[in-house]
Design a protein around this ligand. Sequence first.
Ligand SMILES: Nc1ncnc2c1ncn2[C@@H]1O[C@H](COP(=O)(O)OP(=O)(O)OP(=O)(O)O)[C@@H](O)[C@H]1O
Ligand SMILES: [Mg+2]
Length: 290
Amino acid sequence: MTPSGIASHDSASQPQGEQQRGGEAGPAPAGMPHPHPAPLAPTRAHRPVPDASVLTLEDPGPLLATGASADVYALDEEYVLRRYRNGHDAAREARILQHVAAHGFPVPTVFLSEGPNLLMERLHGPTLLQALAAGEIPIGEAAQVLVDLHTRLHAVPAAADEPCDEARWPFVASGPVVVHLDLHPGNVVLSDTRGPTLVDWANARAGSAELDVALTALILGEVAVDAGGDYSQAARALLAAFVVRSPVSPLDALTEATSTRRADPNLVTGESELVEDAAELIRDLIRVAH
Ligand SMILES: Nc1ncnc2c1ncn2[C@@H]1O[C@H](COP(=O)(O)OP(=O)(O)OP(=O)(O)O)[C@@H](O)[C@H]1O
Ligand SMILES: [Mg+2]
């Protein structure tokens, strides 16, 4: 079984080593639902941002990756269209992406959002998961990538108008900073221009750093305790390296994270049984580390 957080489809390959591409934003196209700060974009020559008509294309281009909830289509070398298959509205996600980008956090630039569609900068490079699987990055370095992304993200204050979305997250208290709540190697793209860049902001909201860190540990832990899983041993080593390096202890919000994870409707069959074992493994690893 492969836990939902790190799904096998994340290993879908992306073209690499391509020519330098741009992505600098032009003027915000009509249809942008919220005014947004100038996107942080690569400084290379670029093609014009596609207009809003691409959002409704039935066949926007080659499928670059398919996640549990969304399909990501390559429009060309510079732009992707991410589309929720269930029609879920991506506007809130677009707003959070723009908020963290304005604070210098590494995310793909968002150009347009409408309904389930997000028109974004295309990132080029493997996911951290792909890089780990290919032996292209040492475990310790990968753990540090996760730690650094957490640290940088939790320096971003939550937007003043960020709703708590309590119906969807009954166990999660609001908090002072932006949290991603799904920060794992399958959601980190090692971009050739931006460096480690975080995608998949479906769960992001206002929350506490402690919960975000505990959830990352729990997701890694689930893979580690899944004895038949492809990445079990590597995940255990990555988790051990992560808990040692993280300045925020995964123990501080482990109970809250466990409840949150068990209540996640996106868990694959059998995954919720792994959550308690994962929490136990985290406690063991921290005990040993100290
Ligand atoms: N801007 C982008 N440029 C290039 N590739 C991207 C971009 N955004 C996402 N991807 C690729 O698409 C994959 C799936 O995207 P994403 O994680 O957002 O979808 P999802 O359905 O929410 O996934 P999950 O299965 O984690 O729920 C990512 O792992 C990444 O490989
Ligand atoms: Mg994902």
